[in-house]
Design a protein around this ligand. Structure first.
Ligand code: KPL
Length: 284
């Protein structure tokens, strides 16, 4: 996803660099995006986190658990004028980060663009989607959003981004752990033997959502989840992909976050607890 956005921003005329992990010696990268069978390539400058130079705008598209380390690795290049856009799955990845590094201005995003990696710096843009960006309590988009939205089209400034992020979390809680445990494509969750488990997860998630002030957002969660299952029927969820690749999953930032909220509000969520525990067992 990072390559797709970097490529789109560069093509849209925004001076864009790729930030690589320390140790990399590359100075530029040929970044390609394949769309409808055709790959288009652009040269992008590359810098490492340990380099110097002020960063005015930083886009973070890492896994949720890596957001904290990624932003801290460039802390010396950020100040109060820096704008940091966090586009990761789940919630809660920014808690310690914001306490440790309060200076930059943080923005949040979620996207339904579909992309997967073909090889290093070469992605396939598999499906067009919508990117929502916002900052809680901010109705007006910042100046940079104008250029962003022309480059990453379609994008919208969402003054209720907290609701969009919560809905994404709710949908991920209903689909990701179960699909990873069943090792099934998303579409198989609609089968009669799994659909009742999805429903049970949804009912708990709706109760937690109501306690957290997001009742309206998840009012039709079973319908929204069914629509995503249908639209992504042939896909493997990101959590299943992590499990199959032997990577740690994002369960702490998805179901783990939901369960923290449930506990804070005294809402029972045994089905979500069960899938959370099973994913942790798989990881260890
Ligand atoms: O966001 C997803 C993910 O896999 O993380 C869904 C919507 C469940 C699609 O697979």
């Amino acid at each position: 996803m990072g390559c797709l956005f970097a490529w789109a921003l560069r093509r849209g005329g925004c001076p864009t660099s790729l930030l690589l992990r320390p140790g990399s010696s590359e100075t530029c990268a040929r970044v390609g995006v394949r769309y409808e069978g055709v790959s288009n390539w652009l040269e992008l400058p590359v810098s490492t986190a340990s380099a110097q130079g002020h960063i005015s705008h930083l886009l973070v598209t890492t896994k949720a658990r890596d957001v904290h380390a990624a932003v801290l690795s460039v802390a010396h290049r950020l100040d109060a004028s820096s704008q940091v856009l966090l586009l990761a799955n789940g919630l809660g990845f920014d808690k310690e980060l914001r306490a440790e590094l309060p200076a930059p201005e943080y923005f949040y995003g979620t996207t339904t663009e579909g992309a997967y990696r073909l090889e290093r710096y070469h992605s396939c843009h598999a499906g067009r989607g919508l990117t929502r960006i916002g900052q809680v309590g901010r109705a007006q988009a910042p100046a940079w959003f104008d250029q962003w939205s022309r480059a990453v089209d379609p994008s919208v400034w969402d003054p209720a981004i907290d609701q969009a992020l919560w809905l994404k979390l709710a949908i991920n809680c209903a689909i990701n752990p179960l699909s990873a445990l069943q090792r099934c494509h998303n579409g198989e969750l609609a089968a009669p033997q799994l659909a009742p488990r999805v429903t049970a997860l949804c009912e708990e998630i709706m109760r937690v959502s109501a306690a957290a002030g997001f009742a309206g957002v998840t009012a039709d969660l079973p319908g929204q989840v069914a629509a995503v299952i249908h639209a992504t029927a042939a896909n493997r969820s990101s959590m299943l992909q992590d499990v199959l690749a032997g990577r740690p999953t994002e369960i702490e930032y998805i179901t783990g976050y939901l369960l923290d909220v449930a506990q804070r509000h005294g809402v029972a969520a045994p089905h979500n607890e069960a899938v959370y525990g099973s994913i942790l067992e798989l990881e260890h």
